[in-house]
Design a protein around this ligand. Structure first.
Ligand code: ATP
Length: 631
């Protein structure tokens, strides 16, 4: 923390100022306490002099001694009020950030309403209930600070709650408190610390203001605010009295403000360096019918986004079965519902998104019936997730070794040494040079390709039955993409795990899976075996367009890059979104004809091949026979 202060120009003055204030609070009452209380009516209201540097008050007490002595009570009250506000407010905000449904909405609204109250008004109301003195203003200011802290924690918590690494931690089945401390608080600690420091100054000003208004500390106790009240009364007689108290309040507030600013500056400088280092180059079945023994078994799966202006089904009646050892690809343009389908299978849907299904089970166990107690361990053993952006999926605040081992230590009850040994083996299997160094590294110290290999090793730590890889290579360059997919293929083949591979790129996926599910605007458009695709090509115009839009190395560079005309329809706006309007692809389909304005069914064309298109059943306008009839 001290080195962080050194990175800002305000750092050293703030540090020295805080040290001086602490010394003053500790030694002030010891050195000057007695003199501060000694009354001498014969020397009342004297101006500053060598005997009395700030003069004397109406009872002849030395004002310099009183100001110095009051520092302890003033600072302690500010710290205590800030501690109350921070403890209650941050706790409330974190609960709100991680709660779901009505509780989250209720807490969010309550925090906003409380925030709209002026702090000082809130403090005055509380003080009339608690009473004046030393405790009253502390509680009052503490309570008045709660809404601000709660809003801060809610905003910071919500920004972290949706991160991939928090989802990964959930999938590892880590306990709620551990996720909170290691994955949430560690990643918002810097802005929180900054805010807590700055707020000590705010608390000092508030407590002093209450005393100044006569609502705070009462005689015989005295703090800077109470001294200011009397000093103002005798301002024309002895201005040093009021000015010294006011100056100390202002300087202390400024010092804590500078400290907060210096910490924030240090943190942003450090993050900047992290980012720079991170970018430096480094070495480095679908079908409704249940399949017996399917590891993933989703039938009629619908995922609804409730938190949109108009709730909508982002995934519509999707059925997906994955057999043991089978690899299934999910392909489609952006917003087609691929990630939400995968998140529903892994029981990782974020708050505000609901799921309903005729069947949704992992290894024969319906997810809806999972008991809360064993849920973490069950998911840890059955399913692992590899995300698109490994930087977002790894906790930036923990070393790789810790992240790799903690799930296994918790669920497998193996020793740390054993877990670390296993992690090193898996890092080596993921072809990472020097696994020991990688174990000791933080995510930002590795290249993108290395981080994705770490994610694969992490997924394998639980020996899961199903690996879900959500666009695992999109963020990587082409050479690294191929190497990472090869690592994934080899690791899977060695264990006979199942794979759900999500991608925009049909050509890439086709080389690594047995079956491909093509999605568009939340619906399955085609399901096709990889060998059928290689032999016959796709049947659905959308799949065909996806295939044609893949950029090839032998592409004529003078020709424009291939793409599907129009923009991808999203689930809420696509035709058919409200159950009417027809095929979702109708607006962009080159083969659209009259029947496409009603929703087509998923038609079985052959073994391992079905497609949702009227072209397969009805004569086309150009007279070509329907595809189903051609097979
Ligand atoms: N947390 C969320 N809150 C609100 N809407 C969401 C959320 N997650 C996804 N959606 C919406 O659901 C739809 C499907 O999203 P999803 O992420 O599953 O698509 P995708 O096919 O994986 O797209 P991409 O390839 O861009 O990741 C989109 O319209 C998206 O905007």
């Amino acid at each position: 923390m001290i080195s962080r202060l050194g990175r800002s120009r305000a750092g050293w003055p703030a540090f020295i100022g805080v040290c001086l204030l602490i010394m003053l609070a500790v030694t002030g009452p010891i050195i000057w306490g007695e003199r501060a209380l000694a009354q001498d009516p014969s020397s009342a209201l004297l101006p500053p002099s060598p005997d009395h540097w700030f003069g004397t008050d109406s009872l002849g007490r030395d004002l310099f001694a009183r100001v110095m002595t009051a520092s302890r009570l003033s600072l302690l009250m500010a710290l205590a009020a800030n501690a109350i506000g921070a403890a209650v407010g941050l706790g409330l905000g974190i609960v709100a950030a991680f709660s779901r449904g009505w509780l989250r909405r209720l807490l969010g609204r309550a925090i906003d309403v409380a925030l709209s109250f002026p702090d000082i008004l809130l403090a005055v109301i509380v003080i009339t209930i608690v009473g004046m003195g030393v405790t009253g203003p502390v509680v009052a200011v503490g309570v008045a600070m709660i809404p601000g802290y709660a809003r801060l924690a809610l905003t910071l918590g919500a920004s972290v709650a949706g991160r991939d690494y928090v989802d990964s931690a959930r999938l590892l089945g880590l306990s709620g408190p551990r996720i909170l401390v290691h994955y949430v608080l560690r990643n918002v600690a810097e802005p929180l610390l900054t805010s807590v420091c700055t707020s000590v100054g705010v608390a000092l000003l508030s407590v002093s203001s209450l005393s100044f208004l006569g609502l705070g500390v009462q005689p015989p106790d005295f703090d800077w605010g109470a001294m200011l009240t009397e000093g103002v009364r005798y301002f024309y007689l002895s201005p040093a009295w009021a000015l010294s108290s006011a100056a100390l309040i202002a300087l202390s507030g400024l010092t804590f403000g500078l400290l907060g600013e210096a910490l924030a500056h240090g943190a942003s400088a450090r993050n900047g360096r992290r980012r720079r280092r991170a970018t430096a180059p480094q070495a480095a079945g679908a079908g409704a019918a249940p399949r017996p023994g399917a590891l993933v078994d989703a039938a009629d799966l619908t995922v609804t986004v409730h938190e949109a202006a108009e709730p909508f089904d982002a995934v519509k009646s999707v059925s997906l079965q994955v057999a043991p050892g089978e690899a299934v690809g999910i392909v489609g343009e952006s917003s087609s519902g691929k990630s939400l389908t995968a998140a529903a299978i892994a029981d990782l849907l974020p708050p505000g998104i609901g799921v309903r299904a005729e069947r949704l089970a992992l290894d024969g166990q319906p997810l809806a019936g999972l008991p809360a107690a064993g849920r973490g361990r069950f998911l840890f053993e059955k399913v692992a997730m590899i995300y698109q952006d490994p930087m977002a999926a790894l906790n930036p605040a923990l070393r790789i070794g810790t992240q790799l081992t903690e799930g296994a230590i918790q669920h497998r009850r193996i020793s740390r040494a054993r877990a670390e040994q296993r992690a090193r083996e898996l890092l080596a299997e993921a072809r990472l040079p020097d696994p020991e160094r990688v174990m000791q590294s933080y995510p930002h110290e590795l290249s993108g390709g290395m981080r994705q290999r770490v994610m694969i090793a992490m997924a394998l730590m639980s020996e899961p039955k199903v690996i879900i890889a959500d666009e695992p290579t999109t963020a990587l360059d082409v050479t690294t993409q191929a190497a990472v997919l090869q690592v994934l293929d080899d690791a899977r083949a060695r264990r006979d795990s199942s794979l759900v591979l999500i991608s925009h790129n049909l050509a890439v996926v086709a080389n690594h899976v047995d079956r491909i599910v093509v999605m568009y605007a939340g619906s399955v458009m085609e399901v096709i075996g990889a060998s059928v695709l290689a032999e016959h090509g796709p049947a659905h115009p959308y799949t065909l367009a996806l295939l044609r839009s893949v950029v090839r190395t032998d592409q004529d560079r003078d020709q424009p890059l291939p793409s599907i005309p129009g923009s991808p329809a999203s689930a809420p706006t696509a035709p058919g979104a409200a159950g009417a309007g027809g095929c979702p692809f109708v607006d962009r389909c080159p083969d659209a004809f009259e029947p496409c304005h009603t929703v087509p069914p998923l038609i079985t064309l052959a073994v391992d091949h079905s497609s949702r298109c009227w072209l397969h059943l009805q004569d086309r306008p150009d007279g070509v026979a329907p595809v189903a009839a051609q097979r």
